[in-house]
Design a protein around this ligand. Structure first.
Ligand code: SF4
Length: 364
């Protein structure tokens, strides 16, 4: 690790501790703080700012914009314009989940946004992105507390504006409520614009997913579930990871562009969230056994008319499934921890003196 990179990581971990100890907002004093390795790359050229972690999304998953409807929409928009989370940093105007007296998501107050503005400023300074994208009016307002601007969401949506020595692009929030004001197809055009700006700007241009890999998540899930049609949700994640880790070691590159992170129980593939499995179009169903989630494939037929992977890739999938496909969850976890990717993550944790739960793995 270069000294500069290490210094940035140390500063980021100091910021995480500062945020963790923050008690500025009385109604969120004891809330989880959504800032950590899952926020994204500290080298990101594009930094997205949302409103606040959602109760069923980031507050639960600890991954900004992941796990609820807003998160699914956000991830679908990124995927469609081929922007990879590996290359982004995602945060919120306030880092805790504001709730009303009934326990539902609430809009952060002006005071709460002000309270958190200094943390937002520090994140922007640390990541130093070329482009900042605000998702919704609250994020745009929060930016004006970091550095004054006169931008208005409705008037300046999908425009590039000079701000804080970088470009600020206002966009709408990807939540269902905001879709009333800006439909999904319109938001998709906004993300297309953001993606084009990201690729055009700067020396270290943002790679698109298509330049990382031409194969997708669902094709690999298809290959795994066609070899084991009834497996635990845990096993699906670990087998998916094992294929990808082995592909890097033996073939020199990954088979998919899926975003994989390190969680307490080992590798977790963000694109395989239970709610997303239905949308893969693979006729998968989920059921619970002994309090654990299982995946069942309801069709034995191949769902693709052509081969999605070449012969060496298929041979690799075969070998991983033969070797590990029958293992119990505990054994699969042990095997995943023995991969070079997990071992180097554990070494890094030791070096930095902190756990890196939710940090990206197998960065393409
Ligand atoms: S929202 Fe920000 S300022 Fe408020 S308590 Fe959480 S971390 Fe502190």
């Amino acid at each position: 690790m270069s000294n500069l990179k290490k210094e940035t990581e140390i500063q980021f971990s100091e910021l995480i501790s500062e945020v963790k100890n923050c008690k500025k907002c009385p109604r969120m004093c004891d809330s989880e703080r959504v800032l950590g390795p899952a926020s994204g790359s500290l080298n990101a050229k594009v930094l997205f700012i949302g409103e606040a972690p959602g109760r069923l999304g980031a507050d639960e998953s600890q991954i900004p914009f992941h796990g609820d409807k807003s998160g699914h929409n956000f991830e679908a928009l990124l995927e469609q314009v081929q922007l990879s989370r590996y290359e982004l940093f995602v945060t919120n105007a306030v880092l805790c989940n504001p709730r009303d007296e009934k326990g539902n998501n609430a809009t952060p107050t002006t005071t709460e946004i002000k309270n958190c503005a200094n943390f937002l400023k520090k994140q922007i300074e640390l990541v130093d992105p070329q482009i900042v994208v605000t998702l919704g009016g609250t994020a745009l307002k929060a930016c004006s507390l970091v550095e004054e601007h006169n931008l208005e969401l409705k008037a300046q949506v999908r425009t590039s504006n000079k701000w804080l020595n970088r470009i600020l692009i206002p966009a709408y929030h990807p939540g269902q409520r905001a879709m009333i004001h800006r439909s999904f197809p319109n938001q998709l055009s906004d993300y297309q614009y953001i993606s084009e700006q990201a690729k055009r700007n700067g020396k270290n241009k943002v790679k698109s997913i298509s330049s990382i890999s031409s194969k997708g998540t669902k094709e690999l899930v298809e290959e795994i579930t066609s070899r084991n049609s009834d497996l635990s949700y845990f096993a699906l994640h670990k087998l998916f990871f094992m294929v990808e880790a082995k592909a890097i070691d033996e073939l020199g590159s990954r088979l998919t562009d899926s975003y994989i992170i390190r969680q307490k129980d080992g590798p977790y593939c963000v694109d395989l969230h239970p709610k997303k499995l239905n949308f893969l179009g693979l006729q998968l169903s989920t059921y619970t056994r002994n309090h654990n989630l299982y995946i069942r494939r309801n069709s034995t037929k191949s769902l693709f008319s052509e081969n999605n992977f070449n012969a060496p890739q298929i041979a690799l999938i075969d070998s991983v499934m033969k070797k590990y496909g029958h293992l119990a969850d505990a054994d699969l976890k042990r095997v995943a921890y023995c991969t070079s990717a997990m071992r180097s993550m554990l070494r890094k944790e030791k070096e930095l003196g902190l756990n890196l739960f939710n940090a990206p793995l197998l960065n393409p």
